[in-house]
Design a protein around this ligand. Structure first.
Ligand code: NAD
Length: 496
């Protein structure tokens, strides 16, 4: 079986060299291999993008947007196939994979508005007979490096807008589940992108480092874990590139004593365990205010968790599937063990789950841990598995202090019926995306997505209006056409 190759200058390209196994996490079996691009292959992709840039930059924005309209249609026509490709390599259940794709398509819809979004600002008569305008020019070749957990959606956060703004693009998807990203990119070409405008290289650190060091790459968008985000941001910035690097998370939900506990439990169950907790917006910590609320919460959570259905991606009736690899399964189980060792109370233990007929799949069942305290490893670090921690505090101030002191600041939520408390919380909390009785406050495509603190390195968030700012640079032109016959002498003072 040939390893999954690359998409360079409009064509699928296979190269001899290093490969990595691709797994079906639902069964635990190897399903194929992916090529890991050598430096020369990545340079070929960059060269193709560089060559395609002048013509693409000069293509009218409305024509570029028309390609996006066709791209959206093609994705909708191929939804079932894409959902299957995501499920086979990631393991998420088809309804969840469908949701991911739909959110990705919303970013294409936003990119369809590029002609409107790229309109500049114009001022007439900024001086006698002088007009001035600011315009947004594309940067050139930009790169995107993406994580395993949203193999279809996160690339679509990046290149539709980058390309609609007139840039050309090199995407490096996760080497753990690259097939859907490559398939989707081929649909973008089918929609009418000229060769070289969008290129995909599969690979690992060697490919990433090539993108970070090559002078032809003007900007880098990254989404992944915090240590790698920090590395990407430092290296890209040191090389003079614009960079946005989105990292990991630890998202807290404050459960106030007045919250509607039935709704809280339903909402938390989906937000903590959906996609096996492998979401950067997963709610992984419930902070209950007062012991009464905490006792009520854990009792109802335990009851709700008895009906969780875990199994292969292909069975729509499952709530969530496996985690991404055996190594990650062991890591998640290690966090659960450490919580118990460090004194937390393990109420529901998902480590020994057996899925009939899929005994070698990488499953972890829903896990609930009570009495977690701030110094515990399971609290300090991102687990990225179906594990919900419960912490007990005496006041909302204490809950907010916990959140503010955590190194991550991606998402958070407060469950309450008290408008004043909710307003204070959303105004003051040191987190980038806040929900009030909304567990996963992932912004829609016409707002931007980004955390605070060590969840985002850089100044601009992903997609939405910030994407237009990130993928363009401002140029301001001041213009005068002197009337025929009018002559002016030299002026030595600063023009005012
Ligand atoms: P990861 O950091 O391991 O990998 C992300 C990308 O970086 C991949 O393309 C990978 O090939 C590359 N990479 C990995 N190690 C590298 C190295 N040493 N040098 C250069 N490149 C390297 O992340 P992951 O495990 O694929 O994804 C899960 C993580 O992503 C979680 O931490 C999750 O919170 C985070 N995430 C964040 C957001 C967000 O918007 N903030 C969204 C999705 C996922």
């Amino acid at each position: 079986m040939t390893a999954l190759g690359h998409l360079i200058n409009g064509a699928r390209v296979d190269r001899e060299g290093r490969t990595q196994d691709l797994y079906n996490p639902s069964t635990g079996e190897v399903k194929g291999q992916v090529s890991l691009a050598a430096k020369a292959t990545v340079e070929e992709a960059i060269a193709a993008a560089q060559a395609a840039f002048p013509a693409w930059r000069n293509t009218p924005p409305a024509k570029r947007a028309r390609v996006m309209f066709r791209f959206k249609q093609l994705l909708e026509e191929h939804t079932d196939e894409i959902v299957r490709l995501i499920g086979e390599e990631h393991g998420k259940i088809s309804h969840d994979a469908g949701g991911e794709l739909a959110r990705g398509i919303e970013n294409i819809e936003y990119a369809c508005g590029a002609p409107e979004l790229l309109k500049g600002e114009h001022s007439k008569n900024t001086g006698p007979g002088i007009d001035s305008w600011s315009e947004h020019q594309p940067l050139g070749v930009v790169a995107g490096i993406t994580p395993f957990n949203f193999p279809a959606m996160v690339p679509l956060w990046m290149y539709p807008m980058a390309i609609a703004c007139g840039n050309t693009f090199v995407l490096k998807p996760s080497e753990r589940d690259p097939t859907s990203a490559l398939f989707i990119a081929e649909l973008a070409l089918e929609a009418g992108l000229p060769a070289g405008v969008l290129n995909v290289v599969n690979g690992d650190k060697e490919a990433v480092d090539t993108l970070l060091d090559d002078d032809r790459i003007q900007a880098v968008s990254f989404v992944g874990s915090t240590p790698i985000a920090e590395y990407i941001y430092s290296r890209a910035s040191a090389n003079g590139k614009r960079c946005q690097a989105l990292g990991g998370a630890k998202n807290h939900a404050i459960v106030m004593p007045d919250a509607d506990m039935e709704n809280v439990v339903n909402s938390l169950t989906g937000a903590a365990f959906g996609s096996s907790g492998e979401r950067c917006m997963a709610l992984s910590v419930a902070v209950a205010v007062g012991d009464e609320a905490a006792d009520n919460l854990v009792a109802k959570m335990q009851e709700s968790m008895t009906s969780l259905k875990v199994g292969p991606f292909s069975d729509k009736s499952n709530d969530f599937g496996p985690v991404i690899t055996q190594a990650h399964r062991e890591k998640v189980c290690g966090y659960i063990a450490s919580a118990e060792e460090q004194g937390a109370t393990l109420l529901v233990d998902g480590r020994d789950i057996q899925v009939e007929g899929y005994e070698r799949g990488f499953y972890v069942g829903g896990t609930l841990i009570d009495n977690v305290t701030p110094e515990m490893t399971c609290y300090r670090e991102e687990i990225f598995g179906p594990v919900l921690l419960v912490m007990r505090v005496d006041s909302m101030e204490e809950a907010m202090r916990l959140i503010d002191e955590h190194e991550y600041g991606n998402g958070t939520c407060i469950y309450t019926r008290d408008g004043e408390a909710a307003r204070y919380f959303s105004d003051h909390i040191l987190v980038g995306m806040v929900g009030v009785n909304v567990p996963l406050p992932v912004p829609v495509s016409y707002h931007s997505f980004g955390g605070w603190k060590r969840s985002l390195f850089g100044d601009l968030s992903a997609y939405g209006p910030d994407a237009v700012r990130f993928y363009t640079r401002r140029k301001t032109v001041t213009q005068r056409w002197p009337s025929a016959g009018v002559r002016e002498g030299a002026q030595f003072s600063f023009p005012s």
